[in-house]
Write a protein that binds this ligand. Structure first.
Ligand code: SF4
Length: 333
């Protein structure tokens, strides 16, 4: 990529912004960093039209960072109701408290300092630093990935480490030559949101079409590339529930796997023929797969290995996966 191409792209984006920028209440001649921060957090998973009334009422209730820091959590949550992703609100308040305690209630003024605040990641830090303090760091959100990948014809995946680094580095190179970091960063996001849209982008009306790689190569619909997360796996587990006057049969798992070293009933390779299930199967959700656990009432003869029984009292001292602990708690031994 030549410097000329980067500059041509940047200038075109800045011109687009000046001609097309939406009038939004936090877009002021002299932007207020608290207002910009609030807008960026609200708009992370919310469209502008839906988020703006929330921005207005939350700002009215907590007009300063200090007011937000001291807000009743219930009050903040009730104002947030309907926006979803409540962690955003909790982190926003944690961040406000941190700014009060570490920065005397004044928003930090550099990208690096902003990154130290709870809830402010690279994108938000770059947005605030460029919009409010003219720092030349590229803000890379979903819109920016799309515009950059299409215009420069980059097919590196945007949801993997290499791609994230590559796009951040490109965004930083482009913005490095500007004299108006705020307009460039907001411009490319606006361009992506309104013009180079995910579906049916306005290529036929685009000033960049002649030099847009994806358009020239007919690859607009293929970019950006996102690696599909693998399908969630599932696994069936069949437990042998064997009880006697001595208690319930349990076995300690080996050192591998997520339940390593924990106690559970002996496992069967397959469901026993004509077996009776103690209760409906329980699905236990892990981050990468679902475990469907069946509990079969069986005789000890089904196992060809020694069995150790534990009384209810003894099980209290054993580490067990939560579904097994619940089972043991409720079973009559
Ligand atoms: S030509 Fe189409 S794909 Fe290329 S920048 Fe313009 S709108 Fe986006």
């Amino acid at each position: 990529m030549t410097t000329d191409l980067l500059n041509t792209f940047r200038i075109s984006i800045e011109d687009y912004y000046r001609a097309n920028k939406r009038s939004l209440p936090w877009r002021k001649e002299v932007p207020d960093p608290y207002e910009v921060w609030l807008s960026e957090i609200i708009l992370q998973q919310t469209r502008v039209a839906q988020g703006t009334p929330y921005w207005e009422k939350i700002l009215a209730a907590f007009p300063t960072i200090e007011a937000l820091a001291n807000a009743e959590e219930d009050k903040l949550m009730s104002l947030w109701t309907g926006l979803g992703y409540y962690n955003r609100a909790r982190n926003l308040q944690k961040g406000a408290k941190q700014i009060v305690s570490e920065f005397e209630g004044e928003m930090p003024t550099t990208y690096d300092e902003l990154l130290t605040i709870t809830g402010i990641g690279p994108y938000t830090a770059a947005a605030i630093a460029s919009i409010c303090y003219d720092e030349k760091i590229g803000a890379v959100d979903g819109n920016v990935y799309r515009v950059l990948s299409r215009f420069f014809g980059i097919s590196t995946s945007i949801n993997q480490t290499d791609g994230i680094k590559e796009f951040q580095s490109l965004a930083n190179s482009i913005i490095s030559s500007t004299s108006d970091a705020a307009s460039y960063n907001q411009g490319i996001m606006e361009f992506g949101a309104l013009h180079c849209t995910p579906k049916k982008p306005f290529c036929m009306l685009c000033d960049l079409a002649d030099i847009c790689t994806a358009f020239k190569q007919g690859k607009v619909d293929e970019l950006p590339v996102k690696v599909k997360k693998g399908k969630r796996g599932s696994e069936e587990i069949h437990y042998a529930i064997i009880c006697s006057e001595k208690g319930i049969a349990l076995r300690k798992r080996g050192t591998d796997g997520i339940w390593a070293g924990l106690y559970e009933p002996p496992r069967l390779q397959v469901a026993p023929k004509n077996g009776e299930e103690l209760a409906p199967a329980i699905v236990h959700k892990l981050s990468h797969k679902d475990l469907k656990c069946h509990f079969w009432l069986v005789n000890k003869e089904i196992l060809d290995e020694p069995i150790t029984y534990y009384t209810k009292n003894e099980t209290g001292d054993l580490g067990m996966p939560i579904i097994i602990a619940n089972l043991v708690e409720n079973i009559k031994i």
